[in-house]
Design a protein around this ligand. Structure first.
Ligand code: HSE
Length: 310
């Protein structure tokens, strides 16, 4: 049984254009660092190290909700203090709430007398994610927890498929510095889709899965298309069409909205091409006066990481 734990919870890209709510991948190097300390007082206390806009009430904080869900099922004596250092801005579209939820359950799990296997933590992380986005989707928490590229076949019951990662695949993520709330970006979509759009979308998902298995760049490029969420959401993102065009012209296999936005991801083969695309996008944003951050990352195969547990 451990008393102090530190974890690094990574950012993730959900949807991958065609796979709304069912596809996601894990990023490397960008994420939240969370520290956990067992306390003699009962209950969860939250401290935000560098983001004072996040709630400290555990019932309102994604990490608090996820942690409580796990502790309700697996109680411990005393309580826990959680300190969160956000490396992912909330409302950025790269799985900020998922990182907090996943970090929380992985950290708390280490404090249990009998820690659970990693994949058994997903339903507890989902409780936190559901509170944040007002809907239970696992396309950020699954890759953040397990790493790699994940297909969420079902949430209840949780049924995940880990997909192969083609050689030399990189994600370039452009984060324009505006905040979009996932719940609002979801509300924009309504409840119905046209049958012809659904047909196109599920054809793309099937083809993308095949392309990942066969490392077929051309099929990947043809499948990374979103005819359902992107047309409705892109108006919330300044210069989305121009940015997408630049990324594709520079050789990205695909480019689309990362999760609910405003971040925009490109999937790219090769480190050099990734850097060229990042450079071109940054140049464009600077010309347009769009404040932004850029991340270039290989696909993170491992997901959340336990930095220390004592
Ligand atoms: N699939 C979710 C959405 C991801 O697009 O709303 C949110 O990060």
């Amino acid at each position: 049984m451990k008393n102090t734990v530190q974890v690094f919870a990574p950012a993730s890209v959900a949807n991958l254009s065609c796979g709304f709510d069912v596809l996601g991948l894990c990023l490397e190097g960008v994420g939240d660092t969370m520290s956990f300390q067992r306390t003699s007082d009962s209950g969860i206390k939250i401290f935000n190290k560098n983001n004072s806009s996040l709630p400290t009430d555990p019932k309102q904080n994604v990490a608090g909700v996820a942690a409580q869900a796990l502790l309700d099922a697996h109680p411990i004596a005393g309580g826990v203090q959680i300190e969160i250092e956000k490396g992912i801005l909330p409302g950025s579209g790269i799985g900020s709430s998922a990182a907090s939820a996943v970090g929380a359950v992985v950290g708390i799990n280490q404090l249990l007398e009998h820690p659970l296997p990693k994949q058994d933590l997903l339903p507890f992380a989902l409780a936190g994610e559901a509170m944040a986005s007002k809907d239970a989707h696992a396309d950020n928490i699954a890759p953040a927890l397990l790493g790699g590229i994940i297909l969420v076949r079902s949430v209840y019951p949780m049924d995940l498929v880990k997909l192969p990662i083609p050689k030399d695949l990189f994600a370039v993520v452009l984060h324009p510095q505006i905040e979009l709330k996932t719940a609002e970006a979801r509300a924009l979509l309504g409840n119905q889709v046209l049958l012809k759009s659904a047909i196109q979308q599920w054809a793309n998902v099937g083809a993308l899965v095949h392309a990942l298995h066969t490392d077929d760049d051309s099929l990947m490029a043809r499948s990374l298309q979103d005819v359902i969420a992107e047309p409705l959401r892109k108006k919330l993102i300044p210069e989305f069409d121009r940015i997408q065009k630049i990324a594709l012209q520079e050789g990205a296999l695909g480019c689309g909205i990362s999760g609910a936005g405003p971040s925009i991801f490109s999937l790219v083969k090769g480190a050099e091409k990734s850097h060229n695309i990042a450079h071109a996008l940054s140049y464009f944003c600077n010309q347009k006066g769009i404040e932004h951050q850029l991340y270039t990352s290989p696909i993170n195969r491992n997901g959340v990481e336990i930095i220390s547990a004592k």
